[in-house]
Design a protein around this ligand. Structure first.
Ligand code: A2P
Length: 294
């Protein structure tokens, strides 16, 4: 697998980056610092993860030059009406002047109250138009914009009006949630797919899956390496394994080449063991075009 994938902006996005969904303040600073000191070049966070300040602290503590890091964060659902303020807030918390990639976290504007509810007064397509304007007006602050959790149906609605094609669509991707239709569509449109939860998130049954463990034994690697490599082997895909554990942060960066046969075997796991680790827990927005995302 190559070490980076080219975005439609011309920039290179590292194939493997550190995920920080569920990485809590107190642990994430160290994880980010450790990853950067040990060769990771890409860090992914989101305003919704409530750890941007600590991710920024980890970047600063690493001493690694900002220019050599690919940094991604995401616009939170309740901030869709005021993206500029949200962007400024993320930049400030992360302690940086610019983002390599800024994503619309979900095509689902929400209210700011508790619990957040679907905000039917706002159209996420208008949010994208604002993100496009910010991208064009502030090339010093935004190197690329994209989306996250977009199904084919939502991507089609976006592309019908977009003047900037999203550089990336970040989605849940692992053998039990292969989303091959989304990967195929994005590849056709020149949109890089970033895989989150490549292991299947916390307590994933995939780590003990017999197909996964059989292939791991053959190459003398951990099951996690097989799952991360499955994504990294795809030409148009980057991958974000999450860990706050030093030994895993190190080992997760090891990519192996899988055979066509092994890839097919892994991709078939979903037929008998389908699950989604992340689905919106809010009500009011329906399935967002994902049949099993209620
Ligand atoms: P931890 O962060 O405590 O190390 P995903 O990337 O699919 O979201 O999975 C993240 C989950 O998998 C976390 O619970 C993380 O635990 C765990 N994890 C990360 N790397 C490995 C690994 N190499 N082997 C087993 N579990 C791992």
């Amino acid at each position: 697998a190559s070490t980076s994938v080219k975005l439609n902006t011309g920039a290179d996005m590292p194939t493997v980056g550190l995920g920080t969904w569920k990485s809590a303040p107190g642990a994430v600073e160290h994880a980010v610092e450790f990853a950067l000191k040990n060769g990771y070049k890409s860090i992914d966070t989101a305003a919704a993860y409530q750890n941007e300040t600590e991710v920024g602290e980890g970047i600063a503590a690493s001493g690694v030059a900002r220019a050599t890091i690919f940094l991604t964060t995401k616009l939170d659902n309740p901030d869709q009406k005021e993206p500029l303020a949200a962007l400024e807030s993320s930049l400030k918390k992360l302690g940086t002047d610019y983002l390599d990639l800024w994503l619309m976290h979900w095509p689902a504007p929400m209210t700011k109250g508790e619990p957040p509810l679907a905000d039917k007064t706002h159209d996420w397509l208008d949010t994208w138009k604002e993100m496009e304007k910010l991208f064009q007006a502030h090339p010093d602050k935004l190197k690329a914009i994209g989306v996250s959790n977009f199904s084919v149906e939502f991507l089609e609605r976006l592309l019908a009006v977009a003047t900037v094609v999203p550089a990336v669509n970040q989605i849940e991707l692992h053998p039990s949630c292969p989303q091959e239709d989304v990967v195929e569509f994005c590849t056709k449109k020149g949109i890089v797919v970033t895989a989150y939860s490549p292991l299947g998130s916390d307590n994933s049954p995939l780590l003990a899956n017999e197909v996964v463990t059989k292939i791991a034994a053959k190459y003398n690697v951990q099951p996690a390496n097989v799952l991360i490599s499955l994504q990294a082997n795809k030409p148009n895909v980057t991958v974000l394994p999450k860990s706050v554990t030093n030994t895993r942060i190190l080992s997760n960066a090891v990519i192996i080449d899988l055979t066509e046969e092994e890839i097919a075997e892994l991709q078939a796991i979903d037929k008998t063991h389908h699950f989604r680790a992340c689905h919106p827990s809010w009500t009011g927005w329906g399935s967002l075009g994902f049949p099993d995302c209620q």
